[in-house]
Design a protein around this ligand. Structure first.
Ligand SMILES: Nc1ncnc2c1ncn2[C@@H]1O[C@H](COP(=O)(O)OP(=O)(O)O)[C@@H](O)[C@H]1O
Ligand SMILES: [Mg+2]
Length: 232
C-alpha cells in the first residue's frame, strides 16, 4: 500500500485554568493514495482538531503525522505552510475566504504563492467548473453561502493537491447545492486521484466514502469499511 497519510498515536491537549483538556486521545490510522475517507462523531469530539493536525494547521501534543511522505512533527510553521501549498487542499467549515479579494483573486492566491504562470486562466477555469463563471469579480460578501463554499472548493483544488481535507463541506449548504459540491469532490477524486478526507455529520455522504472513522470524546471508537463504497 502506498500511504499518503499516516497518523500515529496522535494526541492534542489544551491547558486551561482548570487543568489540561485532552481533545484528541491516541488516534492512529493510515490512508492509501486515492482513498476516500470520512471522519464522523458528535460535536466537540475532535473532528476539526484532527483534520487541522493532519493538514499541518496546528501541532500535536504527542504522536506523529506523515502526509505525502513528509513528517510534519518537526517542521515549523513556515515549513508546514509550504507543505500545504505544495501538496494539500483544505476546505474550512466557514469557508475562510479573504474578504478584500474577489472570487477570482481568492482562487489565484495559492497559485501566486507557488509562482506559477497562467494563473488567471487556470483560476477562471476552476470557477467555471464549480458553476461560478458569472461571479468571478464578486466579493465574498456579495456571494451566497453556497457560492462562497464553491469558491473555497475551487481554491482548494487550484494547487492540484494530492490530498484534500474538507471540514463539513456540505454542512452549511441547501440540499441541492450540497449534492453539487459532493459530486464535484468525488469527480475530482476519480479524475485526478486526489485523496479525500471529509468531516461530516451527513451519514449518507460518509457512506459514499471508502472508510469511516468515528470519534467520540477525542478517541477512535470505530473504523469501518463503508458498505456502499465496497459495492461500487
Ligand atoms: N484552541 C482551543 N483551546 C481549548 N479547547 C479547544 C480549542 N480548540 C478546540 N477545543 C476543544 O476541543 C474539543 C474538540 O473540538 P473540535 O475539534 O472543534 O470538535 P468537532 O469538530 O468534532 O466539533 C472541543 O471540546 C473544543 O471546545
Ligand atoms: Mg468541527
Amino acid at each position: 500500500m502506498s500511504s499518503i497519510l499516516k497518523v500515529t498515536n496522535l494526541s492534542k491537549s489544551y491547558s486551561s485554568a482548570t487543568g489540561s483538556l485532552t481533545v484528541l486521545d491516541d488516534v492512529s490510522f493510515d490512508l492509501a493514495k486515492g482513498e476516500t475517507f470520512s471522519i464522523v462523531g458528535p460535536s466537540g469530539s475532535g473532528k476539526t482538531t484532527l483534520l487541522g493536525l493532519c493538514a499541518g494547521l496546528d501541532r500535536a501534543s504527542s504522536g506523529s503525522v506523515e502526509v505525502c511522505g513528509i513528517k510534519l512533527d518537526a517542521l515549523d510553521e513556515d515549513d508546514r505552510a509550504r507543505v500545504r501549498n505544495q501538496h494539500i487542499g483544505f476546505i474550512f467549515q466557514n469557508f475562510q475566504l479573504l474578504p478584500t479579494l474577489t472570487a477570482l483573486e481568492n482562487v489565484m492566491v495559492p497559485l501566486e504563492l507557488r509562482g506559477e504562470k497562467g494563473i488567471a486562466a487556470k483560476s477562471i477555469e476552476l470557477l467555471e467548473r464549480v458553476g461560478l463563471g458569472s461571479r468571478l469579480h464578486h466579493y465574498p460578501t456579495q456571494l451566497s453561502g453556497g457560492e462562497q463554499q464553491r469558491v473555497a472548493l475551487a481554491r482548494a483544488f487550484s494547487n492540484d493537491p494530492e490530498i484534500l481535507f474538507a471540514d463539513e463541506p456540505t454542512g452549511n449548504l441547501d440540499e441541492e447545492t450540497g449534492i453539487k459540491v459532493e459530486e464535484l469532490l468525488f469527480q475530482i477524486n476519480k479524475e485526478q486521484g486526489t485523496t479525500l478526507v471529509l468531516v461530516t455529520h451527513n451519514m449518507e455522504l460518509a457512506r459514499k466514502t471508502g472508510r469511516i472513522l468515528r470519534l467520540k470524546g477525542g478517541k477512535v471508537i470505530e473504523l469501518t469499511e463503508s458498505a456502499l463504497a465496497a459495492q461500487a
